[in-house]
Ligand binder design. Structure first.
Ligand code: ATP
Ligand code: MG
Length: 606
């Protein structure tokens, strides 16, 4: 494949696009790989689409290799299956809904569990048909609250989604393990760094779940790691629970005047003044945070979360716990006169209490722990309020922020926090979807059993951005060979027509004789400086310059990533390019009959 820059549909830009927040977005737009078409929607231009298809190819090859079979669903889907599983409502504002001319409701698929379940139900009826893994690479639609960072969070994006079907749990474990291995191979081949973290199965139901996170400071996901190898996304981290303390002999609670202490800081200062010997810190206070839960059906419920005052509520952790309900700030203090803002205490909280408002506590609030907390009167706090003696709760919730240094739940050491982008997700759905949609098969003894499922996603378009993000340098993009839009970027530059002739000949041999994809800067009357800048920005891994050196019989080979330049004799240029493309250092020894069998693979689709 020959891509001539003189006619390629490409405009590189000198300036960063105004709306681009992250380097990958800036560079992909500046290098003419993508253009924004809609909020959270992008058009692939020729070079970008080549990278995209390379990523897609890697994903497809590895899915095929693990034995999954490719199908393709429509994106426009009927409401009924999603109604049957409850997700029509649960998805809330995140799904695009539309109505056809007959008044029938549809949605644009945000993910396809329901459809795959029904497809298998349609055609299969026996345990002998299983295990089965199906996948598709398809456009997904989600009305994301905040589309951002270009391809990283779109409203229309490409996902590889696959689904496994098994008769029993052991089968599901195997299918899950196979997907995990395939994902490892995919991301290794894409050159994308990843951490596999435990995740919550959350709103999807099911049990085991892991995410492949690409560590990057621009990521929206926070994850934790311990020196002993524990890794989890922050939503899945569980708190190490302290031992309960016997209630016998604990001091009585007492109310104190603590005027003007609506915050933890002011409260701790006053507590220290009142009781200088007690050594009180924020950790001795119990903070009660009121929020409003909004269910998918629109109903609202106030909820109070009690947690040690040295920690904030982590919105993502809280949301993961209450999903599919959403969390909104609580504003209705006027309708709940018993709730005294800034001086709220648990004595009036919980089902069966004066307010009846549901009260959930942090796992550190165990029986016998003593707290300084609101006395439910302005300017007053209560001291030594004992959990399990002076107040109770409706349940425990993992909603407090995780702090660096917190212990890993498996005892493997202190946690460190880092940020990442989710590039893949695997999880065991179990029987939730099969049950809701009636996917059953006959087992060996002729009994009907409900199938157990897994669901597995790779963000294909997101991966393009993640690769760009992790490989770019100050000069521009810098693609790994597996996904690069071309094998080599040949730059012809100079006034002498012999240069262009020599470059044309070399390019023809590389393309026609060796099946390479060559991006050829054959633009006449464009200055060398502009051509080199473009080559750096576009990021093809090998740059071959045919220029002034030709008079002395040499061309220049440059490795885009390392910047290393070598002069090679014109007669050896072809072999030098082939060696670079092949990734080895030794020159190719084949005599190069045009159309010769290749012992290695150039960019597919050439
Ligand atoms: P996130 O937490 O980043 O919103 P998710 O958990 O909602 O992702 P899944 O439903 O697990 O995503 O989708 C599978 C994969 O699809 C993700 O791992 C991610 O790589 C990709 N993906 C999800 N949402 C988007 C999006 N808005 N734009 C691009 N890729 C996405
Ligand atoms: Mg996910």
């Amino acid at each position: 494949m020959l891509l001539r820059m003189s006619s390629l549909f490409l405009r590189t830009l000198r300036d960063d696009p105004a709306d681009a927040e992250v380097p990958s977005h800036r560079l992909l737009v500046r290098a003419g790989y993508i253009r924004r078409a809609a909020p959270g929607g992008f058009t692939w231009l020729p070079l970008g689409y080549r990278v995209f298809r390379n990523v897609e190819r890697v994903v497809r090859e590895e899915m095929d290799r693990m034995g999954a079979q490719e199908v393709h669903f429509p994106a426009l889907l009927p409401r009924e299956p999603y109604e049957a599983t409850g997700r029509w409502t649960e998805y809330g504002d995140n799904v695009f809904r539309l109505t056809d001319r007959r008044g029938a409701d549809h949605l644009l698929g945000p993910t396809h569990e329901e459809m795959f379940t029904l497809l298998v139900k349609d055609l299969y009826s026996s345990y002998k048909d299983l295990p089965l893994s199906l996948y598709q690479i398809q456009t997904k639609y989600r009305d994301e609250a905040r589309p951002r960072a270009g391809l990283l969070r779109g409203r229309e994006f490409t996902m590889k989604d696959s689904y496994s079907f098994d008769v029993d749990d052991a089968g599901l474990d195997r299918s899950y393990a196979q997907h995990r291995e395939a994902y490892v191979r995919i991301f290794d081949r894409l050159g994308l760094d990843y951490v596999i973290v435990s995740a919550m199965s959350g709103a999807m139901g099911g049990s085991k779940s892991e995410e492949f996170l690409h560590p990057t400071p621009i990521g929206e996901d926070t994850f934790v790691r311990s020196p002993g190898g524990y890794a989890a996304n922050v939503e899945a981290v569980t708190t190490v629970v302290p031992d309960a303390v016997p209630l016998d002999g604990l001091p009585e609670a007492h109310v104190e005047d603590t005027p003007d202490t609506p915050t933890i800081e002011t409260l701790v200062a006053v507590a220290q003044q009142l009781f200088p010997d007690a050594g009180y810190t924020a950790r001795d206070t119990l903070k009660n945070v009121v929020v409003t839960l909004v269910r998918p059906d629109g109903t609202r419920e106030p909820l109070v979360v009690g947690l040690p005052g040295d920690r904030e509520v982590d919105a993502k952790r809280l949301e993961a716990q209450v999903a599919p309900a959403e969390v909104q700030p609580f504003t209705e203090f006027d309708q709940h006169p018993l709730l005294v803002k800034g001086y709220l205490g648990p004595q009036i909280l919980g089902s069966g209490s004066k307010t009846g408002i549901r009260y959930l506590v942090d796992p550190r609030v165990v029986e016998g722990t003593r707290w300084i907390t609101g006395a439910n009167e302005p300017g007053k706090h209560v001291f030594n309020l004992v959990a399990g003696r002076d107040f109770g709760w409706d349940g425990v919730i993992e909603a407090a922020e995780v702090l660096p240094g917190d212990p890993a739940p498996d005892g493997s050491g202190p946690l460190e926090l880092a940020r990442g982008v989710e590039i893949g997700h695997i999880f065991q759905l179990g029987r939730k979807y099969a049950e809701a949609l009636g996917l059953q098969v006959l087992d060996e003894s002729g009994r009907l059993v409900t199938v157990t499922m897994g669901s597995y996603g790779v963000g294909v378009s997101r991966a393009v951005a993640a690769i760009a993000e992790s490989t770019h340098d100050e000069l521009g993009l810098c693609w790994p060979r597996e996904v690069a839009p071309a094998d080599v970027h040949v730059v012809a530059t100079g006034k002498d027509p012999a240069i262009f002739t020599a470059a044309e000949e070399l390019v023809a041999e590389l393309v026609d004789g060796w099946g390479l994809t060559v991006l050829f800067d054959d633009r006449p009357k464009v200055s060398p400086g502009v051509k080199f800048k473009d080559a750096e920005l576009l990021g093809v891994p090998t740059i071959l310059t045919v220029g002034r050196g030709l008079a002395d019989g040499v061309v220049e080979l440059r490795d885009r990533a390392s910047g290393e330049r070598t002069d090679v004799p014109v007669s050896g240029a072809r072999d030098a390019v082939l060696a670079a493309v092949r990734g080895g250092s030794q020159p190719a020894t084949e005599t190069g009959a045009p159309g010769a069998e290749l012992a290695w693979s150039p960019t597919p689709g050439a």
